[in-house]
Ligand binder design. Structure first.
Ligand code: NDP
Length: 444
């Protein structure tokens, strides 16, 4: 049988593309060699957010003590947490499988390899389709440490951590490294963060990043900037990490979070006309078509903006375009909101002032920072910072950058203002909700 569409990879982008294509009447199959749901469900956003929630208790306890509560020392059953986390992931795996079954999508378990532009093989069987979508995602970049690289873990391994270590070295300055640095610091782990550059989260607003660094739990994260892990040795009960700046750190666990690379190996791409970018991701045009006209690609494998909701939009758009030419969903990829699950969280959408300048937009900022009411009695410093970037020409809000305990939830809705090209006047017209933290952004 010849399928209308075969999707390779049942992660967020692939499952959405398969489902929408099937809804439009296409005969669809999906190939997967692992658990359903891809990186996000299995070793990404979902378990990370559960780790994040787990890590918030100590902070909350400290705050509530300032209200007058006396709370005995809390203790964590790590094994129980991990069991619950695994159960939740299995539940989500089944939901994904259910979506495929309900939509009459044939599931092919195994690894796909192209034999030609119309044919793949999985195991001993071959399958033909008129169109293919590659949505194989990415995997952690393995650090180039000559000896003992087995002693270094990636973000895949951190989700099967057997017990909470006392000390941890984390390398990287991006989303994964910084989120885990704060998660583990708030769980009581002493973290040494090693980053090769001058400013962590380098593409974020620098004032927001400075604010985050000021909020680091006391003594819990030590930042080693302009430095790299060079060598790792195992001594009796600990690991010794040698940095390029000649410092030595004794630790119990090493996490390398130095970026991710596209899963394009062993796909038989040499039997197609697909071309790769320099970093091994798949080259596509703005309609996600590869250099081989039958084959498309979405999600992390094209290394555009590697976020789950972006992959989902791409998969949906493509399935609409290929199998229902009348209707395609609209999206604004210029203003993608995103959040970093640190403590406090960072939320961001649109341009920073620096980016606006680079784009020759005459812009200015309005900012406010304060200690949220919830922390009224605690000795902590200010915990909230809001920034609007405004186009001078017509007062359009072109960027919003915030840091607060609820930044991820807030930025989702604030982003609508940037996408809708609302102006500062719309903010001014809106009546505040009192007493909240977010009213400060309306009255900024
Ligand atoms: P990022 O691309 O965000 O960061 C990679 C970091 O590793 C950068 O700081 C980079 O340095 C550094 N790096 C790269 N190569 C090397 C090297 N050879 N040696 C030392 N350091 C190196 O990747 P992540 O792995 O943190 O995250 C992957 C993707 O996952 C992100 O792009 C993001 O889209 C997504 N993600 C999203 C999350 C969210 O939405 N909350 C959470 C987690 C992941 P430099 O800055 O100098 O380039």
């Amino acid at each position: 049988m010849k399928y209308d569409l075969i999707v390779i990879g049942a992660g967020s982008g692939g499952v959405r593309a398969a489902r929408i294509a099937s809804v439009h009447g296409a005969k669809v199959a999906i190939v997967e060699n692992n658990r359903f749901g891809g990186t996000c469900v299995n070793v990404g956003c979902v378990p990370k957010k559960l780790y994040y929630y787990l890590s918030q208790l100590n902070k909350d306890i400290e705050n509530y003590k300032s209200y007058g509560w006396s709370i005995p020392k809390a203790s964590l059953n790590w094994k129980l947490f991990m069991k619950k986390k695994d159960q939740e992931i299995s539940r989500l795996n089944k939901i994904y499988e259910g979506i495929l079954n309900r939509n009459k999508i044939d599931i092919i378990n195994g690894t796909a390899q192209f034999l030609s532009s119309q044919k793949i093989k999985v195991g001993k069987k071959s399958y033909q389709a008129k169109k293919f979508i590659i949505s194989t995602g990415g995997k952690p970049r393995i650090p180039n440490i000559s000896e003992n690289s087995k002693l270094v873990n990636t973000s895949d391994d951190i989700f099967s951590l057997k017990k909470l270590p006392k000390r941890m070295v984390i390398e990287g300055g991006g989303y994964i490294a910084i989120e885990f640095a704060f998660i583990f610091a708030n769980l009581g782990v002493k973290v040494n963060l090693v980053y090769r550059g001058k400013q962590i989260l380098k593409s974020f607003d620098s004032e927001i990043v400075d604010f985050l660094i000021q909020s680091t739990p006391k003594g819990k994260i030590k930042y080693h900037l302009e430095s790299k892990i060079q060598k790792v040795n195992k001594s009796k009960n600990e690991l010794i990490v040698n940095l390029s700046n000649r410092k030595k750190i004794s630790t119990d666990y090493i996490l390398s979070a130095i970026g991710r690379i596209a899963n394009t190996e062993n796909l038989g791409l040499e039997n197609t006309n697909i071309q790769l970018n320099e970093n091994k991701s798949i080259k596509v045009n703005r309609h996600f078509q590869t250099n081989d006209s039958n084959i498309y690609a979405v999600g992390d494998v094209i290394d555009y903006v590697n976020l789950t909701p972006v992959a989902i939009r791409q998969g949906h758009f493509l399935a609409d375009k290929l199998f229902n030419n009348k209707k395609t969903i609209e999206y604004d990829f210029a203003n993608i909101p995103t959040a970093v699950f640190t403590s406090p969280q960072i939320g961001t959408v649109g341009l920073t002032l620096e980016m606006a300048k680079k784009n020759k937009i005459d812009a200015y900022e309005l900012t406010t920072n304060f200690k949220s009411m919830k922390k009224s009695f605690s000795k902590t410093n200010k915990d909230t910072f809001y920034k609007l970037v405004i186009d001078k020409k017509d007062k359009t809000i072109i960027g919003i950058h915030i840091i607060s305990d609820e930044a991820a939830e807030l930025i989702q809705l604030l982003a609508v203002n940037v996408v809708a090209r609302n102006t500062l006047d719309e903010f001014r017209k809106t009546v505040a909700v009192h007493p909240t933290s977010s009213e400060e952004i309306i009255t900024i």
